[in-house]
Design a protein around this ligand. Structure first.
Ligand code: HEM
Length: 484
């Protein structure tokens, strides 16, 4: 494989038996995470140290090794487009470590016709029309957080807070309420268990996959299976209760579970065949996925937004002026939120510099053409979103500066390469299904924060972005909040 790729003019690292580049990768990540970095936005060397070094020394289109599989790194916008458009050829890695399936499955993990079926059933849950009804839940969760901050603020009206745990609690509360409506207390329990599962999965991520290893009764493996059983039991309970309530005509149809079950029933009715719908187990996986895909990503976006607005106070003022002009001290609704244009460009710029998901990997299962390359069967292709977003050739010399204004005429005009250079929510048919949900949620949250507080980064803040697996602040986000 190495020769095959090198013969096509690609530079790459030399294959090392079984582990490939994994040891060096883990070593570099451990080293990078041992200390904070300077307060700049040049974060790729800390967040993806091995890939950053490889792409800098070997060229933007090069290959490395993930265990025994070559990873071809793709930066060429036309190739990025081709990968994202062609979801049948470039699939999410199927034979991943089965232990990781315990963490996340559902829409994120199905391919081909199965994906088409799942996506069709899930799409309606995220239509703007449905989101309107969820804004109240966002509001209740955010009011809780603001109340807690108000209690922390001392007599002088200010205090230092690490906002990370609060924003995480906010976005998980939002998912609990919007996914399960009145059953949100059970939803909270599920969330805590999923978080524990994610922590355990990180251990699995950072080891080489050994086939059969999942059957070994190691402590971590056993615990992961136990958590999986418990989560499935809790979700199954909620679903069964809901299905019974639906039969009695008493169920809510406005939360994600209600919409998903309605959409599933419609699909089955339309075709007169259960095969067109999801099984209860599949519905369970989709509900679990809402937590995994929707919680950390959104809290990551909010944390980096607060840090960046705590550093660039002129943009904080502009965002607040807009909020006060559009909302005053009114309760936000979806129409008012859609008028917040300055906030849009701020979020665009935050997600450019600090994308919640820093890279996306796909696998080809047969020899596949990509641009002028031929990829051998079994190889992986990687789109390094963070590196694309920080590429001087695409964004210009001010690439590492926080300049929301670059988005003032839309995303297409912000870079010479258009959409393919800007992928915070991915692109093509498998673009993030929760994009609108996340943006409305984040807008409401930031608007309410700006209505109640001003904030700046505390001298005790240590700048340390890292991935677990979304982009988080390793040593927290310490800000000084001032009550308005
Ligand atoms: C700022 C917040 C968010 C960001 C940055 C984000 C980003 C992404 C990205 C980059 C992908 C593609 C991953 C890949 O192809 O490997 C994705 C997929 C997905 N996201 Fe999001 N996401 C966010 C919020 C949400 C929310 C709130 C939900 C649901 C409640 C959600 C549900 C999903 C699902 C189900 C997929 C898989 C779609 C498919 O394969 O068809 N996301 N997201």
């Amino acid at each position: 494989m190495e020769k095959f790729l090198k013969d096509q003019g690609l530079n790459g690292t030399s294959y090392r038996f079984i582990s490939g580049d994994l040891k060096e990768m883990v070593h570099m990540i451990t080293e990078a995470q041992s200390k904070p970095m300077n307060l700049t936005h040049d974060i790729a060397p800390r967040v993806l140290p091995f890939y950053h070094k490889s792409l800098t020394t070997l060229g933007k289109n090069c290959f490395t090794w993930l265990g025994a599989k070559p990873v071809v790194h793709v930066c060429e916008p036309s190739m990025v487009r081709e990968i994202l458009a062609n979801y049948r050829k470039f699939q999410r890695s199927r034979r991943r470590n089965p232990l990781l399936k315990l963490l996340v499955s559902g829409l994120l993990d199905v391919e081909g016709d199965q994906w088409v079926k799942h996506r069709k059933i899930i799409n309606p849950a995220f239509h703007m029309e449905k989101l309107k009804h969820m804004v109240d839940a966002f509001y209740v969760s955010c009011s809780d957080m603001i109340e807690k901050w108000e209690k922390l603020v001392n007599k002088e009206g200010s205090c230092e807070v690490d906002v990370c745990p609060y924003l995480e609690a906010f976005s998980s509360d939002v998912i609990s309420r919007t996914a399960f409506g009145s059953s949100f207390e059970e939803g909270r329990k599920i969330f805590q268990l999923q978080k524990e599962q994610a922590r355990r999965a990180v251990k699995v991520f950072s080891s080489v996959y050994i086939p059969g290893f999942r059957f070994l009764p190691t402590k971590n493996n056993k615990k992961m299976k136990e958590i999986n059983r418990e989560v499935n039991g809790l979700v199954r309970n909620i679903i069964n209760k809901r299905v019974d309530a639906m039969k009695d005509g008493k169920a809510s149809h406005d939360d994600l579970l209600g919409i998903l079950l309605d959409s599933n029933n419609n699909e089955i009715k339309e075709h007169g065949n259960n095969n067109f719908g999801l099984t209860t187990d599949e519905v369970i996986e989709e509900c679990k996925l809402f937590y995994f895909a929707g919680q950390e990503t959104t809290s990551s976006m909010l944390v980096w937004t607060m840090i960046l607005l705590g550093l660039h106070l002129e943009w904080q003022t502009r965002a607040r002026d807009e909020v006060l002009h559009v909302l005053g001290d009114k309760k936000p609704d979806i129409d008012l939120l859609s008028q917040l244009k300055v906030m849009n460009i701020i979020f665009n710029e935050v997600l450019r510099l600090y994308p919640s998901i820093v890279s996306m990997t796909r696998q080809v299962y047969e020899e596949t053409k990509l641009g002028n390359l031929t990829l051998p069967a079994g190889s992986l292709v990687q789109i390094n979103t963070l590196m694309l977003h920080h590429d001087r050739d695409m964004w210009g010399d001010d690439v590492l500066e926080f300049k929301p204004k670059r988005f003032s005429e839309g995303i297409l005009k912000a870079t010479t390469n258009g959409q393919a250079a800007y992928l915070p929510f991915s692109g093509g048919p498998r673009i993030c299904v929760g994009q609108n949900f996340a943006i409305v949620e984040a807008k409401l949250c930031l608007a309410m924060i700006l209505q109640h507080f001003s904030f700046e980064v505390s001298p005790s803040y240590s700048h340390a972005p890292y991935t677990i697996p979304t982009l988080q602040a390793q040593f927290g986000a310490h800000l000084i909040l001032q009550k308005l």
